[in-house]
Design a protein around this ligand. Structure first.
Ligand code: ANZ
Ligand code: ZN
Length: 861
């Protein structure tokens, strides 16, 4: 081996070796148990960023660790290749999304290889392959037949200037991102998955996910948002309408009712009320995102109509209010301003009456300003026959009173909405439907699948180019043969990422969407790794798809596969770095830390731009990214330090779930550690190759002590590995290397050197695989990947001698060392013989207490 560590050369050679040996290509069934480790597949945006590198490094360390623990490990990789950035790039660069995407894939695949990730490349696919999305279309048709997918009108953001539908993130302050035109809401027909039918199962099964972060399970539960309440009916002149309430106990405090702007009552009232019609139109101008609703100011208008209170028979005014969502509950609320903060604000603004019906927890009955106490459960007041009841009592009694009049019943309501998957975009999976003027919506016959997306369109920002492409759009109706039009909407890209994990089990399978044998062999995913930004939608949709595919009988042995796709989930922390800016007439300008220098001025740290020496403002540690120009390019790190240094730094600096702060000093430290390992291997080369050395037969004390410490570190490291605490695995190895470096050249000590170094190499192999591969094959002539993790030798942990503290009347007075095999009597005798202890023994010895392996206490007076 060479005297110095040269990362570039050894890494290329190790990678070539793995590729030639197909080291990470796995068969579905071997004599070992299967283990499926999956890191969320990337969007091919162009090049890897540090967040990617961290994510895939964690996955790769787990993969290699499990492989060395005796599993047949599959770690696949592919590309989440459809989506908007490709269309935006197309608009900017005048290249088709297809060629942009494929170029990026080629580049990023190379980057993955240079980081040494042990992917099973034979399973690679991209979601924009017709082979993949064709099965998605097939699945769409199965679900459509069963009514799990259905068509209804949905609301979208319409840009009247660009004549196109905008995604929520393309609406900025209510205006189109390119046109700056005020965005309108439009109703168009769209396709929906009936995920609400699975709401209860998705909620219940969260209980099975013991190896998921608690926080993610809570976020999912909140998103599903199960509310137990009551549906209450109000009569009015033209008929009746329902409201959903979680607080039927406050029914006697209702002072008005409010309906959503899209509610039929609002539309009816607006027919001969121009001002109201104007108001409703105004409401439709705000964006459709949840955030838009949450942040808008509460506004309303009376309809001039009245509804009848279901219990008192009193008349309450019907208002139209923008804070009532058409899509939740019944699109109408019974307003109780005394006990609901939004109703309170609204009632104050429009001078509507309020009635206190629940005794406030703080005893204060004033309704001048809103207090959270008003919203709490409590005893009913001012509520006629219900006065004095508590929440549960009132729920039951008021419920019974409503049911007797047939004006209400208990109801469970979910926040979760059906999943609208139609996107008015080009770069996605075509929805396999043909629209015929005489037959309506006609599913594409299965024999005509896949509906292949043309790959040569270049969008220009004026809507979906498929609409202008007759060769795609104009087709004959499969039913009547007449002229018809292909659906040009494509699917939400979350559809592709909802089932890729299952396709990886059988990515080359031609016989169907999923090979049931392969699904049985590999599912569920044993360990899933990804960012917490996917904690809600991606994970919920994947869980939903798993249940859909199971119900379609696609997943093989359901007993074995189970109801959930991901057995364990690890959400990795963010990669962060310091950020610096200057504010000028041009706006904010952000500077990368490498261009900034720190100076101590009057004991305070100040920052200056190296280029012009002028000050910049420190903006703290922020998530690495383009917007703050505080990113570090992984490629540059790999070029100057190598993949192993980058992997070691990332795994050492913080445990996987926590934030990782970038630092050049940390990188240098990682580099030094690897150089020390290399030098140790080089300097002790002949000795480490000496086959006659055997640590099991050593007798010298120094050698035995060192060996014991090494096995103690090994024991800790194995424990931490299993918990994925890679940072402490690494520090244990730093300690081992220090112990090894102090060993002398006696036969026994060199035997420990050899054993200890081989323990260290095997422990570090998953983390820094290239350097270990190279040193191991030099020393031992074979492939480290064929070796198991080192095991603790219990006899090495047993000390020959044990140290005891000696106390007299509970005070520390001395120390003794006895043979590990010493009897209780021998230990007592040694303690009593200790000179220093003797000095403090006054009077008679009453008792001697021995705490095994720790201390002896002499009680005397
Ligand atoms: C009367 C009431 C009194 C309410 C009170 C709350 C507090 P969750 O828990 O999220 O399910 N609501 C019902 N439908 C609505 C809609 N379409 N748009 C906006 N708000 C709506 O919320 C249920 C509560 O949200 C319901 O209970 C209703 O207000 C309101 F002291 O009814 B409540
Ligand atoms: Zn037809």
């Amino acid at each position: 081996m060479k005297p110095t560590y040269e990362a570039a050369a050894i890494e290329a050679a190790a990678q070539a070796f793995w590729e030639k040996n197909a080291s990470f290509t796995v068969a579905d069934n071997t004599d070992k148990p299967n283990y499926y480790c999956l890191s969320m597949f990337p969007y091919p945006s162009g090049r890897l960023h540090m967040g990617h590198v961290r994510n895939y490094t964690i996955g790769d360390v787990i993969t290699r660790y499990k492989k060395m623990s005796g599993y047949n490990v599959m770690q696949p990789i592919g590309w989440d290749a459809f989506g908007m950035p490709a269309e935006n790039a197309a608009i900017d660069n005048k290249v088709s999304p297809n060629s942009w995407t494929n170029k990026n894939i080629v580049y990023m695949r190379q980057q993955f290889k240079e980081l040494g990730f042990g992917f099973d490349w034979s399973r690679e696919f991209s979601t924009c392959d017709p082979e993949y999305y064709g099965w998605e279309q097939w699945f769409f048709l199965q679900l459509y037949k069963k009514g799990v997918i259905y068509r209804k009108n949905g609301v979208v953001n319409w840009d009247p200037v660009d004549q196109t539908v905008l995604a929520n993130e393309q609406v900025i302050d209510g205006r189109g991102w390119r046109s700056d035109a005020l965005v309108e809401r439009r109703e168009i027909p769209m396709y929906y998955f009936k995920i609400t039918d699975y709401a209860d199962e998705l909620l219940e099964d969260l209980n099975l996910l013991e190896d998921w972060p608690e926080q993610v399970r809570t976020m999912q539960a909140n998103w599903i948002g199960k509310s137990q309440g009551m549906e209450v009916t109000f009569l009015h002149d033209d008929g009746q309408f329902n409201v959903f309430t979680t607080r039927p106990d406050t029914l006697m405090g209702v002072t008005y009712v409010a309906v959503a702007p899209e509610h039929p009552i609002a539309a009816k009232a607006a027919e001969n009320n121009a001002k109201l019609a104007e108001f409703i139109k105004e409401c439709q101008k705000t964006g459709t995102s949840e955030a838009d609703f949450a942040t808008q100011e509460a506004k309303g208008m009376p309809t001039g109509q009245f509804a009848t209170h279901p219990l008192t028979g009193e008349k309450v005014e019907i208002w139209v209010a923008n804070y009532v969502l058409m899509a939740y509950g019944d699109g109408a609320v019974m307003a109780v301003p005394a006990h609901d903060s939004r109703d309170f604000g609204f009632a104050k603004k429009y001078h509507l009456p309020m009635k206190l019906v629940i005794e406030p927890a703080d005893g204060n009955e004033s309704l001048d300003v809103w207090r959270e106490e008003l919203a709490e459960h409590g005893t009913l007041v001012n509520s006629g026959e219900f006065t004095g009841l508590d929440f549960d009592g009132a729920f039951a009694k008021i419920g019974a009173a409503l049911e007797a009049k047939n004006l209400g019943h208990p109801k469970t309501q979910y926040r979760l909405r059906d999943w609208g998957i139609s996107r008015q975009r080009y770069w996605g999976c075509p929805i396999p439907i043909i629209n015929c003027p005489s037959c309506g919506e006609v599913p594409v016959p299965e024999k005509d699948l896949p509906v292949v997306l043309p790959t040569d369109c270049i969008p220009d920002g004026s809507g979906n180019p498929l609409n202008k492409l007759d060769s795609f759009k104009k087709v004959d109706c499969p039913k009547c043969g007449g002229a018809a039009e292909r659906e040009t909407d494509t699917m939400d890209t979350f559809v592709e990422s909802s089932w890729y994990y299952a396709r990886f089990a059988c990515s080359q399978y031609k016989g169907g969407m999923i090979d049931p044998k392969a699904a049985t062999a590999w599912l569920p995913v044993d360990q899933y790794i990804g960012g917490v930004e996917h904690a809600i939608l991606h994970l919920l949709y994947s869980r939903f798809f798993h249940k859909l595919m199971r119900n379609e009988g696609l997943l093989g042995d359901v007993e074995k596969v189970g109801p959930e796709p991901f057995k364990a989930l690890l959400t990795q922390g963010m990669v962060v770095a310091p950020s610096f800016f200057r504010h000028s007439s041009k706006g904010y300008e952000w500077f990368n830390v490498k261009d900034v220098e720190a100076r101590d001025i009057d004991g305070e740290k100040k920052y200056f731009l190296k280029a012009d020496g002028e000050p910049v403002t420190y903006y703290g540690i922020q998530k690495m990214g383009k917007s703050k120009n505080n990113g570090v390019d992984p490629e540059a790190i790999v070029k100057s330090y190598g993949a192993d240094v980058s992997r070691l730094f990332m795994m050492f600096t913080s445990p996987p779930e926590q934030t990782l702060e970038w630092s050049d000093a940390g990188l240098e430290g990682a580099d030094r550690f690897l150089r020390r390992i290399w030098t140790f291997a080089y300097e002790n080369n002949a000795l480490l190759k000496d086959a006659s050395l055997d640590a099991n037969s050593i007798t010298e004390k120094a050698a035995k002590d060192a060996r014991r410490e090494i096995h103690q570190e090994l024991k800790k490291a194995l424990y931490d590995y299993e918990r994925f605490h890679f940072n402490t695995v690494i520090s244990a190895n730093m300690i081992i290397l220090n112990i090894l470096s102090k060993l002398k050249d006696s036969k026994d000590e060199t035997a420990v050197k050899k054993e200890g170094f081989s323990i260290m190499l095997r422990l570090l192999s998953p983390i820094v695989p290239h350097i270990v591969h190279t040193i191991w094959s030099d020393l031992f002539g074979d492939d480290i990947l064929d070796h198991a993790l080192p095991q603790v030798i219990e006899s090495a942990l047993v000390a020959d001698e044990v140290k005891y503290m000696v106390q007299v009347n509970g005070k520390l007075r001395g120390e003794i060392v006895v043979a590990a095999s010493a009897s209780k009597e021998e230990i007592e005798a040694a303690a009593l013989a200790n000179e220093n202890a003797q000095k403090f023994i006054e009077g008679e010895i009453r008792r001697v207490i021995v705490v095994p392996n720790r201390l002896v206490n002499i009680v005397a007076n």
